[in-house]
Write a protein that binds this ligand. Structure first.
Ligand code: 2PG
Ligand code: MG
Length: 421
């Protein structure tokens, strides 16, 4: 049994300078957990609601004083001094207190900050690393058993880079790396080669997008992919063997009236699947995220079948870390990998449900940051504790990204855990 002694909230700023929420949870034992929540820009429609003040005179309406007020007020009132059995009991209490299906009343940002701060306080109280505490939340008595492989943003487009090209991210996956340390060194080499390539080809110094990805004026998605391959070669690696690509197509954001507006003639779903298969033929892509739009349910199973084993069919906006959507996708065979973002659902326990559901179906899980991040590093612990195959954090620049990579290096050094194939 646990008891919260004090609960506090603070409005802080994320990596885009927009407000977000931090919570501080002090247990009666004296252990203190502090956690900050991230925020997306290319959000899925089924995400839990991020509560914003909507006061246009302050941060263009994006203030989080209401969410923070709920932590200090209603949530603290309900939880302080009450016996709480575990994370699940805490999260159930938060969900019941909010009382809406999408956490619209108190805000998923307020709820998640409390959920995470409580978890961190419990880990500190138990004197165990946060990743081991997350492992026990995932499976009672469970222990972390492997490290995730980083998938790192190289080029940005879409909503993260002003829409100069419709697709959102080309990422590098250092598939030949045996350790996190090696994976990051390889990634750095490719990123620097890509920056030189941008200078040569686009006469552009390394101007970066929201997640630190390079964002030159690509004429089209093919150029973005081709330049990804060229950067891998320029760094001295063999594309596909040493370093592969992953793609976040984020296609919901260029889908309108049943057509995909990729540039050129708009494509129907069959045309889009055909187009994606062409990319899989030509480029060493190992993971295909949101290849189809979030509402294009009828065609996701066709995409999964067509891709069959060549790359992961990964759902982000499509699944929104939502157990109900994941169950449906498993039933109809719509994907084989989950992009897990805890703030899409709003509590740690529900995200753990989503993760277990996907893993039990034999799916791969990629734990992901948001485009608006903080310097908090809990995500690295989460990816390790929940046995995810990949960790997607953004590029290998900017401290809000590097906080997670540095934590992963720390975990690798202290735990002796290995990255799996
Ligand atoms: C995504 C994420 C991270 P955002 O689409 O996968 O890259 O973006 O946080 O803006 O939803
Ligand atoms: Mg995505």
């Amino acid at each position: 049994m646990e008891m919260i002694h004090t609960l506090d909230g603070l409005e802080i700023l994320d990596s885009r300078g927009r407000p977000t929420v931090r919570a501080t949870c002090r247990l009666t034992s004296g252990a203190v957990g502090i956690a900050s929540v991230p925020s997306g820009a290319s959000t899925g429609k089924a995400e839990a609601l991020e509560l914003r003040d909507r006061d246009p005179s302050r941060y263009r309406g994006l203030g989080c004083r209401k969410a923070v007020g709920h932590i200090r007020g209603e949530i603290a009132h309900a939880l302080v001094g009450v016996e709480i059995e575990d994370q699940s009991a805490l999260d159930q209490a938060l969900i019941a207190l909010d009382g809406t299906p999408n956490k619209a009343r108190l805000g998923a940002n307020a709820l998640l900050a409390v959920s995470l701060a409580f978890a961190r306080a419990q880990a500190i109280e138990a004197g165990i690393p946060l990743y081991q505490h997350f492992a026990a939340i995932h499976t009672p008595g469970g222990l972390a058993h492997k490290l995730p492989r980083p998938t790192v943003n190289l080029f940005s487009g879409g909503k993260h880079a002003g829409g100069q090209v419709p697709i959102q991210d080309v990422l590098v996956v250092p598939v030949a790396a045996q350790t996190v340390d090696e994976a990051l060194a390889m990634t750095y080499a490719v990123y620097q080669a890509a920056a030189e390539l941008c200078l040569d080809k686009y006469r552009m110094r390394a101007l970066t997008a929201d997640e630190g990805g390079l964002a030159p004026p690509f004429p089209d998605a093919e150029a973005m992919l081709g330049d990804g391959v060229a950067a891998i070669e320029r760094a001295g690696y063999t594309p596909g063997r040493d370093v592969a690509l992953a793609l976040d197509v984020a296609s919901s954001h260029f889908y309108a009236d049943g057509r995909y507006h990729l540039g050129g003639e708009p494509l129907d779903s069959a045309g889009m699947i055909h187009h994606l298969l062409g990319w899989l033929e030509r480029y060493p892509i190992v993971s295909l995220e949101d290849g189809l739009a979030e509402e294009d349910w009828a065609n996701w199973p066709k995409l999964r079948e067509a891709v069959a084993g060549r790359a992961l069919v990964l759902g982000d906006d499509f699944l929104c870390t939502n157990p109900g959507r994941i169950r449906r996708a498993i039933d109809v065979g719509a994907a084989n990998a989950l992009l897990l973002k805890v703030n899409q659902i709003g509590t740690l326990s529900e995200a753990a449900d989503a993760c277990r559901l996907a893993q039990a179906a034999g799916w791969h899980v990629t734990v992901s940051a948001r485009s608006g991040e903080t310097e908090d590093d809990w995500l690295a612990d989460l990816a390790v504790g929940w046995g995810s195959g990949h960790l997607k954090v953004g590029s290998i620049t900017q401290s809000e990204r590097l906080a997670k990579y540095n934590r992963l290096l720390e975990i690798e050094a202290e735990s002796g855990l290995k990255m799996k194939g």
